[in-house]
Design a protein around this ligand. Structure first.
Ligand SMILES: [Zn+2]
Length: 136
């Protein structure tokens, strides 16, 4: 399936992990592209300044600049962290693309491992995975 259709089919709903989550509106095959992180283009320096002043952080750093999706009403800013995720990102100089790590069922919550997030390992993780690292 065209990834844009997969992207358009995603929806936001209450999460079992925390707050709102992002869900697959269609089944997705392993390794298929799901979509791209959408946000305001800002410099990496500006992104790090913003990250210090916000409680909810929805910023991704690419190679050349950062994308701030804090004001976005849809898309990957709603994806929750899991230590056992079903998606992964491929970051280029200008984009952050999301791909399925395994087959994903329609209605499944999408998760990603935040790895190097702006939280720097200070937040308790609530993902519930067997291999949970305990902190984000
Ligand atoms: Zn965890």
């Amino acid at each position: 399936m065209n990834w844009k259709k997969t992207y358009e089919a995603m929806y936001v709903a209450p999460s079992r992990i925390v707050g709102q989550g992002l869900y697959a509106g269609t089944s997705i095959k392993a390794k298929a592209k799901i979509g791209e992180f959408e946000g305001e283009q800002v410099s990496i320096r500006e992104a790090r300044r913003r990250a210090k002043t916000k409680e909810v952080i929805a910023i991704v750093e690419c190679g050349l600049y950062a994308l701030d999706a804090t004001d976005s009403k849809r898309g990957f800013r709603f994806i929750n962290h899991s230590c056992d995720p079903n998606t992964f990102t491929r970051v280029t100089d200008t984009r952050a693309e999301f791909y399925a790590l395994r087959d994903i069922r329609k209605g499944e919550e999408l998760t990603v491992d935040y790895e190097e997030s702006h939280h720097n390992g200070q937040l308790p993780c609530q993902c519930g995975a067997k291999n949970c690292r305990g902190k984000i």
